[in-house]
Design a protein around this ligand. Structure first.
Ligand SMILES: NC(=O)c1ccc[n+]([C@@H]2O[C@H](COP(=O)([O-])OP(=O)(O)OC[C@H]3O[C@@H](n4cnc5c(N)ncnc54)[C@H](O)[C@@H]3O)[C@@H](O)[C@H]2O)c1
Ligand SMILES: Nc1ncnc2c1ncn2[C@@H]1O[C@H](COP(=O)(O)OP(=O)(O)OP(=O)(O)O)[C@@H](O)[C@H]1O
Length: 531
C-alpha cells in the first residue's frame, strides 16, 4: 500500500495506492508535506484548475473514487483530469513502490542495528553483574579466611598489577585469549581478583602466547569434530613477556658471604643506576654492607619493615638473583604473594634454575628489559601444617603456612624408626608410606631432592605434583605424578611409633607430632625469566 501527500495551491491531497488496480484520492486538511518534484507536477496536472471545485467538494471531508469503475456524476470534473493523468499515476505508483522498498530496507537495517545495540547492552549488563558478583564472592570468601591465610594465601591469590600470577589449573592458561595484560584484571579466575593493586612505579607488560612458527588462532589442540576426540597439533605454546612501558625498578638478591657476588652486585648497581636510570632495591643487610664501602650506595632502596617487604612486588619490575639455586629459592621465599619476573644469574655451584651468565649481565639485562622475552611460569605449593584438634597438649598454632618452590619433605628426622605416613588425595585415602619419608614436589623441584629419591624429572611447564617416597620399605610403592589440581594431606597417625619432621625447600624444619598433618595444594604460578 503506497501513500503520498502532496500540496498543490494550498490544497493537501492524500493519495492511497491500495493496489495496481485501484487508486484512491482523498482530500484532507492535514498539513503534512512530502513532495517530490514528480509528485508535485502530477498533482498539479491532476488537480490544476479544478482545485477550487475540489475544495468546495471536500469541505474538510474526504472524497474517494475508483479509477477503473470511474467517478460518480458529482465528480465529473475530477474524472476527466484523472483519466488524462492515468499513465502518469501508474508511473507514480511504480515510483512509490520503489520508495516503499527503500524504506523497507532502511527499516530492516535500523531494526538490525537496534537488535545489535540491545545485544551489546545485554552483554555489558551481564558482564557488569558478573563483576559485581565476583567482587562480592571475593570479599565474602576473604572475610571467612583465617588472618594467617589473609597474610599469605590471599596475597598469593590476588592477580595484582604487574606480577605474573595465575591460580589453579594449567587449563586456565589454554583459553582462547591470546594475551594477558599486567594491568588489566583477568576473568579466567573469578573470585580471585578482588581488587587491582598496581604500584605507580611499576612498568606495564603483557604476556603473549607464542605459537612458534604457527601463528594461527585456529590451531586446536583437541578436536571433537564428527564426535571423535582427537589431537590435531602438538602444543608448542610458550609465553612471551612484552613490556608495554619500560621496567624502572629492580631488586637484587645476593648469596651471602661470597666476595665475587658482592663485587658484581656493586658493579651492577652502578650500571643500572647510571646508565639505565633504574631504581635499585636490595636486602637491608646488603645495603648496610654497601654503605660501608661508599656513600654512593645511599641511593639504594630497601625494605625496612615486614609490611614493606610484603608490598615489594608492587614496587619492582624485575628480581635479579646473584648466586645459585638456593638464592633463587631464597628470593622466591621473600615474596609471600606474587613474584615479579626473575632473572637468575648463575654464581653458584650447580645452577639448575639459574640460566643467565653473570659475565654477560649487561647484554642479558638489556635483552630482558627491552623484551619480548620468553618466560617460564613456575608453580609453588602452599603447605599448611594443621594441628590435631583433639590434642589439647599440642601448644603450637592451629595452622601454619609455608610456600615452596621446590618441595616439602616429610620424614623420620633423627628417629631410628620407620616413618609411617597416611596419605590422602582430595579427601580419599591414597596409601600409607612406610620408609624414611615422602617428598611432595613441584615440577621445578623435580630435579632436586625428589630426583635424588628416584622421582622423575618433570619440565616446569608440565603441571603436576610429584609424590616421591624416600627409601620406601614396601616394594610396591613407586613415585607418582599427580594432577596439580588435587589437595593432598599427609598425616602422622596417632598410633605411629614416632613423630615426623617436615621441611620446606630444605629449610624451616617443623615437628609433626602424632595426629598432626600437612595439607598441601597447588595454588600459584610464579614467574621466572628464561632466555
Ligand atoms: N639428597 C638431596 O639431593 C637433597 C637433600 C636435601 C635437600 N636437597 C635440596 O636442596 C634444596 C635446597 O637448596 P639450597 O641451595 O637452599 O640448599 P643447598 O645449598 O644445600 O644446596 C642443595 C643443592 O641442591 C641444588 N638444587 C636446589 N634446588 C634445585 C633444583 N630445583 N633443581 C636442581 N638442583 C637444585 C642446589 O643447586 C644445590 O646444589 C632443597 O629444596 C632440596 O631439594 C637435596
Ligand atoms: N640472600 C640470602 N640470604 C640468606 N641466605 C641465602 C641468600 N641467598 C642464598 N642463601 C642461602 O645460601 C645457601 C647457598 O646459596 P646457593 O644455593 O645460591 O649457593 P650454592 O650452594 O653455591 O649454589 P647452588 O645452589 O647452585 O649449588 C642456600 O642454602 C641459600 O638458602
Amino acid at each position: 500500500m503506497g501513500s503520498l501527500q502532496v500540496l498543490s495551491q494550498g490544497l493537501i491531497v492524500q493519495m492511497d495506492l491500495s493496489s495496481s488496480k485501484a487508486v484512491e484520492l482523498r482530500l484532507v486538511k492535514s498539513p503534512i508535506i512530502l513532495p517530490s518534484s514528480r509528485a508535485s507536477s502530477i498533482s498539479r496536472q491532476a488537480l490544476g484548475s479544478q482545485a477550487e471545485s475540489a475544495r468546495s467538494i471536500s469541505q474538510g471531508t474526504s472524497r474517494q473514487f475508483n479509477v477503473e469503475r470511474g467517478p460518480s456524476s458529482n465528480d465529473s470534473l475530477l474524472e476527466t483530469s484523472v483519466v488524462n493523468s492515468n499513465i502518469d499515476l501508474v508511473d507514480f505508483s511504480d515510483a512509490l513502490q520503489m520508495v516503499e522498498k527503500s524504506l523497507k530496507e532502511v527499516a530492516e537495517i535500523k531494526a538490525q542495528a537496534l537488535a545489535e545495540a540491545a545485544e551489546w547492552k545485554r552483554k555489558y549488563e551481564m558482564e557488569h553483574l558478573q563483576c559485581l558478583h565476583l567482587e562480592n564472592c571475593a570479599n565474602s570468601s576473604s572475610s571467612q579466611k583465617l588472618p594467617e591465610i589473609k597474610n599469605m594465601a590471599n596475597e598469593v591469590l590476588e592477580l595484582s598489577a604487574a606480577d605474573v600470577t595465575t591460580t589453579g589449573q594449567q587449563s586456565s592458561q589454554s583459553n582462547n585469549k591470546q594475551f594477558i595484560r599486567s594491568h588489566s584484571s583477568s576473568l579466567e579466575n573469578p573470585g580471585t581478583l578482588p581488587e587491582m593493586k598496581f604500584g605507580p612505579e611499576k612498568a606495564m607488560f603483557k604476556l603473549v602466547w607464542s605459537h612458534g612458527l604457527h601463528q594461527s588462532d585456529e590451531q586446536r589442540i583437541v578436536s571433537v569434530e564428527f564426535g571423535n576426540i582427537s589431537t590435531e597439533v602438538q602444543s608448542n605454546k610458550q609465553i612471551l613477556l612484552v613490556w608495554e612501558t619500560p621496567p624502572k625498578s629492580v631488586v637484587i638478591i645476593t648469596k651471602p658471604n661470597a666476595p665475587t657476588v658482592q663485587k658484581l652486585c656493586k658493579e651492577m648497581i652502578k650500571w643500572l643506576r647510571d646508565e639505565k636510570a633504574m631504581k635499585v632495591y636490595t636486602e637491608p643487610i646488603v645495603k648496610e654492607e654497601l654503605l660501608k664501602e661508599s656513600l654512593y650506595f645511599s641511593c639504594v632502596q630497601t625494605c625496612e619493615t615486614d609490611q614493606e617487604l610484603l608490598e615489594l612486588h608492587n614496587k619492582v619490575d624485575l628480581v635479579i638473583t646473584l648466586g645459585g639455586d638456593g638464592t633463587l629459592i631464597w628470593a622466591a621465599s621473600m615474596f609471600k604473594g606474587p613474584i615479579p619476573p626473575v632473572v637468575a644469574f648463575s654464581m653458584g655451584s650447580l645452577g639448575f634454575m639459574t640460566q643467565f651468565q653473570s659475565d654477560h649481565y649487561r647484554e642479558c639485562l638489556q635483552t630482558v628489559m627491552r623484551g619480548p622475552v620468553f618466560i617460564t611460569l613456575r608453580h609453588r605449593l602452599v603447605c599448611q601444617i594443621v594441628r590435631d584438634p583433639q590434642n589439647m597438649e599440642d601448644g603450637g598454632p592451629e595452622v601454619e603456612h609455608y610456600l615452596v618452590l621446590n618441595e616439602v619433605s616429610i620424614g623420620r628426622g633423627l628417629s631410628p624408626y620407620l616413618s609411617n605416613l597416611e596419605c590422602y588425595c582430595d579427601g580419599l585415602f591414597l596409601t600409607s608410606v612406610q620408609g624414611d619419608g615422602l617428598i611432595l614436589s613441584t615440577p621445578s623441584g623435580s630435579t632436586a631432592y625428589s630426583l635424588a629419591a628416584g622421582g622423575s624429572m618433570v619440565h616446569p611447564q608440565v603441571p603436576g605434583i610429584l609424590f616421591t617416597p624416600i627409601c620406601p620399605h614396601s616394594l610396591s610403592f613407586r613415585p607418582l605424578l599427580l594432577p596439580e589440581s588435587v589437595t593432598l594431606k599427609v598425616q602422622v597417625p596417632k598410633n605411629s611409633r614416632d613423630q615426623a619432621w617436615a621441611s620446606f625447600d630444605g629449610k624451616s624444619r617443623q615437628q609433626l607430632s602424632k595426629g598432626r598433618s600437612v595439607r598441601l595444594f597447588n595454588l600459584t604460578v610464579k614467574s621466572c625469566c628464561c632466555a
